[in-house]
Design a binder for this molecule. Sequence first.
Ligand code: GLN
Length: 198
Amino acid sequence: MVPVIGVLALQGDVREHLAALSACGARGVAVRRVSELDTVDGLVLPGGESTTMSRLLETFELLEPVRERIAGGMPAYGSCAGMILLARQVLDGRPDQRQLGGLDVVVRRNAFGRQVDSFETDLAITGITGEPVRAVFIRAPWVEETGPQVEVLARAAGHPVAVRQGPVLATSFHPELTGDGRVHALFCDMVRSPAAAA
Ligand code: GLN
């Protein structure tokens, strides 16, 4: 069965995620309304700006529906701003910024600081075989605290930058920008067989 995987399409690098999802054999659909959310087996929360996405989730009346789907076990993958949205708590966020939850972590927004706003590095990621993954960080968060159910898959500068909690995956970096489809392939596998992949 071809899984249907949504990409939250309110803001951010939606097209790149849709392309990466088709490359791993899923049908990618842009999600802007609840009727579209209802059709998907999993959801990608793209990079962009978490404060803006939080505001738009409320405007489009998607905050609660997405929260409920994630709480109900729908697989979700957040990259960068998406990781921030999935986190239980955000440090250096805006006070009115809302969370989708799903990931029992505390993240620090824009954690790598001004001098290194953007950088690239090679990362070994648990669950991904072969060459290290080229990771592109753009005003990226890192994880400062992880709950007991959270598995750390990769670290940079001593901090977790790829984590997983059951059906929820998050990376501080942007695999959709490099043409290396292995992180999306991991997420597609999680959507295809959530129980087996957990
Ligand atoms: N700094 C952004 C935020 O706070 C995330 C940047 C990104 O997604 N590339 O949402």
